[in-house]
Design a protein. Structure first.
Length: 214
């Protein structure tokens, strides 16, 4: 049984957990307030879910999903995630939470900040461009006309393969758009963001992305 450590048990963490359990994974969820605050969520998710501290969720996961605000990236435990694939769902909303000059000027990206904090992990940006509820409720088998495509970006080929397989299991086509440095193409405000799109439409939307003025 593969275990996914999920940091963040809000909208995204919960829906990734639902989809993961439906596809045969075990999940370990965490938040900032401690495992006891997730008792009712774990009851709802059932026997394949448990709550833990972020340290333990990171340690117990064969790979991890980081579904937290960008503002708390520095609190993600580093050691237990070393060598592991880490999926970053994190988005950057400067109008809500303030500007970060390095992102605005293109020096880095939102998941790039997580990669810098976790230098020994293999960070892949994924699931950032779809609404949380749709992660667990809008997947469809290959060939279904309703099947949507989702993009991913990262610097490690094997890590991206794992994420592409996860997308497929959850019912989505996968488009690898290149290294983490290209992941700004999936940001809020870009054509691919939260669009319902198939693979060809997603390719066009990614190609049509333009750096937004800060
Ligand atoms: N909502 C969407 O539709 C959506 C879609 C795609 C991507 N995203 C992005 O995904 C991320 C999560 O979004 P969300 O909507 O799930 O947010 P949310 O509902 O506000 O949940 C955030 C969760 O992260 C936890 N958290 C914060 N810092 C943490 C840390 N350092 N370690 C462990 N847990 C931590 C919070 O715990 P506490 O409750 O204890 O504070 C909470 O459980 C954001 O970056 C967002 O931009 C959101």
């Amino acid at each position: 049984m593969t275990t996914i450590g999920i940091l963040g048990s809000g909208h995204v963490g919960t829906n990734i957990a639902l989809a993961a359990i439906a596809n045969g994974y075990d999940v370990v969820l965490s938040n900032t307030r401690g495992p006891e605050t997730m008792a009712s969520l774990i009851d709802e998710l059932g026997a394949h879910a448990k709550a833990a501290t972020s340290e333990d969720a990171a340690a117990e996961g064969d790979f991890a999903v980081v579904a937290i605000p960008l503002s708390t990236v520095d609190q993600v435990p580093v050691g237990p995630l070393a060598g592991k694939v880490v999926i970053a769902t994190i988005n950057y909303f400067p109008e809500r939470r303030g500007h970060i000059a390095e992102i605005d000027n293109g020096t880095t990206t939102a998941p790039g900040l997580l990669q810098r904090h976790l230098p020994q992990s293999k960070v892949v940006r994924a699931f950032n461009m779809i609404n949380a509820e749709e992660m667990s409720h809008d997947g469809h088998p290959a060939g279904d006309p309703r099947r949507r495509a989702l993009a991913l970006a990262g610097d490690d080929v094997e890590a991206k393969q794992l994420v592409a397989e996860l997308y497929d299991q959850f019912g989505f086509d996968a488009l690898d758009i290149g290294p983490l440095s290209e992941s700004w193409r999936l940001d809020a405000g870009q054509p691919a963001f939260v669009a319902h799109q198939d693979l060809d439409q997603l390719k066009r939307n990614v190609a049509n992305a333009k750096r937004l003025p800060a």
